[in-house]
Design a protein around this ligand. Sequence first.
Ligand code: HEM
Ligand code: HEM
Length: 175
Amino acid sequence: MRWDLYIRLFHWSLAAGIVANYFLLEEGETLHEWVGYVVCALVVFRLLWGFLGPTRARFSTFLKPPNIAFYEMRELASPHTLPNTHTALGGYQLVLVLALVIGVGLTGWMQDLDAFWGEDWLQDLHELLADALILVACFHVAAVLWIQFALKTPLLHRMWFGRKYATKAGQARDV
Ligand code: HEM
Ligand code: HEM
């Protein structure tokens, strides 16, 4: 399976926006603020899509109890078949990323309000949440690469745009 076009556009715009704001753009400048708001708008879209989108993209489909997540963690030691939606761990990661982006966006916006002018704790919190976001993204990318290359279980094609994506194991048939 492959994620629908909207999720794929959401994913790569989200990743690009976060990386740009964290590593490339001048902190607190206008462009930083606008990119931050665009990333927040993407999150609002994903929240709506999580309720109104196709079944496999819905929170109700992939948010499963922690015992399933523990079971899946054991599966990460060897090749396994992926569900046609997120794993439980992938679902938690999505929710965590959405929550962190909202937190980063809110603390960024609040820094511009007169009521919080010059408040150091707000800037510190903004930075802390942004650091957490990057940390989660690093674990996420490491997990994706592990599944794709160490376990040789095709995963990358689900989030990519090309028409054909053949893996060595030849398992990515439906693309
Ligand atoms: C700042 C960087 C990144 C962030 C914040 C991020 C975040 C996310 C999120 C939130 C999802 C869930 C998508 C949804 O259901 O809407 C996801 C899925 C995915 N991401 Fe990323 N991502 C990042 C970078 C990357 C990179 C660099 C890769 C490729 C190496 C990648 C590969 C994937 C794949 C394959 C999935 C689908 C997993 C599945 O089918 O369950 N991501 N990512
Ligand atoms: C993806 C979203 C965002 C990320 C990853 C991000 C990341 C960062 C980082 C890493 C810093 C440097 C913190 C420090 O060293 O003190 C920063 C500073 C700042 N950000 Fe953001 N930010 C985001 C969104 C926003 C938004 C939406 C706004 C406001 C509308 C905003 C306003 C600011 C301001 C005012 C500063 C402080 C600049 C200064 O005076 O040093 N950010 N941001």
